[in-house]
Design a protein. Structure first.
Length: 198
């Protein structure tokens, strides 16, 4: 059996196979961006059957998160934001982002991607496509909120992460999660349920 040629499908040595798929995914995402990359194209680059890609990664979004070493996927974020009272979305969003970025293991890959996006147009386009199409617009459409409002909320939290972890502005950098949730939650909430919402 060990002498048979490699065929499409699940291969022995799952860790290596998964790593090969992720390496191929990084190349394809870098070359084509998030929107134009396909599971089939990544499978072809990794020389595996597309079914094997789906075996390790349920969706393209999940594969992007793994390839970029992001600590969360849209499949995890969207239900967290949408489940529960709509009047508490702001607090849930701030709390989730602060929890995810609390430890260096989960924060560093996100900060690295942000830094790359700020200095490299290709990285910026890839990050922009993923954040917009796989996450922000999905949330906006399900909540029936204009895309601009959800982007404004994201921009606010993006600025907080920059100030807290990149520029390390004080007292923002050392503020507790509870302080920031209390401070930022109502502002984020207005983007989703403000009185001027059409």
């Amino acid at each position: 059996m060990s002498g048979t040629p490699r065929r499409p499908g699940r291969r022995p040595g799952s860790a290596d196979t998964r790593g090969e798929i992720l390496t191929a995914a990084r190349r394809v995402f870098a070359e084509k961006g998030f929107d134009k990359a396909t599971v089939r194209g990544i499978a072809r680059e990794a020389q595996v059957d597309p079914a094997l890609v789906h075996h390790y990664f349920d969706t393209k979004e999940g594969m992007f998160a793994a390839a970029m070493q992001l600590p969360i996927t849209p499949q995890e974020v969207i239900p967290l934001l949408l489940e529960g009272p709509r009047t508490e979305i702001g607090e849930r969003l701030v709390g989730m982002i602060l929890r995810v970025t609390a430890s260096p293991e989960t924060r560093d890959p996100m900060v690295a991607l942000i830094r790359s996006a700020m200095t490299n147009e290709q990285a910026a386009a890839m990050f922009r496509e993923f954040i917009s199409n796989a996450l922000l617009y999905q949330v906006a459409d399900r909540l029936q909120v204009p895309h601009l409002r959800v982007e404004a909320g994201f921009a606010q939290m993006f600025g907080v992460l920059m100030a807290r972890y990149v520029l390390k502005l004080e007292p923002m950098a050392s503020a507790s999660h509870e302080e920031l949730v209390k401070l930022l939650g109502p502002t984020l909430q207005r983007y989703f349920t403000g009185d001027d919402l059409n």
